[in-house]
Design a protein around this ligand. Structure first.
Ligand SMILES: Nc1ncnc2c1ncn2[C@@H]1O[C@H](COP(=O)(O)O)[C@@H](OP(=O)(O)O)[C@H]1O
Ligand SMILES: CCc1ccc(OS(=O)(=O)O)cc1
Length: 307
């Protein structure tokens, strides 16, 4: 690849290896701690880091990628680093674990030294982001995926990665997902919260399923939003390097032991393999209750992807 070499993600791999090591000793019943009403995994987040997050100093040219877990954050991270490489010819180094709220409390001090543009990923609800993001008018790309495939991907992540605490069954995971008793809380609360801000001038929405349908078109939109001017050929090159197959082939090299699980199947509609009719109806009703008639409800195109 001529790109920013995800092979140089050693910080990512180190951090994940450490989290997996902690996970080995963590039973599911002890996985979460609650902060401001939201459960987070103790293997990834700490109270001290949340407190330090208030001191994080955003920059106008930071790139914030916001998503609920399993909506494709590693995909978008890769695309962004390729875009930066194409624009600047400088390899994007990933100097910290990219999820803003994960890591040790000193990371925000270290981040002051990193060159712009910095790519920050987050699973936080809009109203939990540090104020400096808004004060500095950081551009935010929000990635959503239909809730049914998101739940199925989340379940597999827990139950397939050997060191991550498993759920007793899909039915058990589904119950907890619907109650919001999973890492980073309820998909639907996350969605309701972000829905109110999708029209903000610094916020751009992108749908996982749309990217799957037309990757080049999605990458072009992302490039335009962040002000990168790329040729059609550059967009095509990045598309070819960002397909599921291309990323999965390098997953171990780029993301370490967890790589093949982070790039598991990459399909739309996998939910049909696990949802039963009752679960399907329950999620449809929850969707209606939380998102019917909203901007986000329409943008998720559930009539195409969740029915
Ligand atoms: N290039 C790509 N194309 C399509 N899906 C991708 C992808 N890269 C990652 N994904 C999918 O995004 C999900 C992980 O999201 P995250 O990066 O936020 O943890 C996984 O879904 P599946 O478990 O359904 O395969 C993964 O396969
Ligand atoms: C161990 C629980 C866990 C860890 C990481 C998660 O999200 S992400 O893969 O880092 O996006 C979710 C749950």
């Amino acid at each position: 690849s001529q790109g920013p070499s995800m092979a140089d993600k050693s910080k990512f791999i180190d951090y994940i290896d450490e989290a997996l090591e902690k996970s080995k000793e963590t039973a599911l019943s002890r996985l979460f701690f609650t902060h401001q009403g939201i459960p987070y995994p103790v293997t990834m987040c700490t109270l001290e880091t949340f407190q330090a997050l208030d001191t994080f100093e955003a920059r106008r040219d930071d790139i914030l990628l916001a998503s609920y877990p399993k909506c494709g954050s590693n995909w978008i991270l890769h695309i962004m680093s390729e875009l930066i490489f194409a624009d600047s010819k400088k390899k994007y180094e990933c100097p910290e674990f990219p999820i803003l709220e994960c890591g040790d409390p000193e990371k925000y001090q270290r981040m002051k030294q990193f060159p712009s543009p910095r790519i920050l990923a987050t699973h936080l609800h809009y109203n939990k982001l540090p104020g400096s993001i808004f004060n500095n008018k950081v551009k935010i790309l929000v990635i959503f995926r239909n809730p049914k495939d998101t739940a199925v991907s989340f379940f597999h992540f827990h139950n397939d990665v050997p060191d991550i605490p498993s759920y007793g069954s899909w039915d058990e995971f589904f119950r907890q997902f619907m109650k919001g008793q999973v890492s980073w809380g309820s998909y639907f609360d996350f969605a309701i919260n972000w829905n109110k801000h999708l029209d903000n001038e610094n916020v751009k929405f992108i749908l996982y399923e749309d990217l799957k349908e037309n990757l080049a078109a999605g990458i072009k939109q992302i490039a335009e939003f962040f002000g990168f001017s790329l040729t059609g050929e550059q967009i095509q090159t990045i598309s070819a390097q960002s397909t599921f197959q291309a990323m999965r082939a390098k997953a171990q090299q780029t993301h370490g032991a967890v790589g093949p699980f982070l790039f598991r199947k990459g399909e739309v509609g996998d939910w049909k393999n696990l949802f039963n009719a009752t679960q399907n109806q329950e999620m449809d009703e929850k969707f209606q209750e939380c998102l019917a008639g909203t901007v986000l409800g329409a943008k998720l195109k559930c009539e195409s992807y969740c029915q």
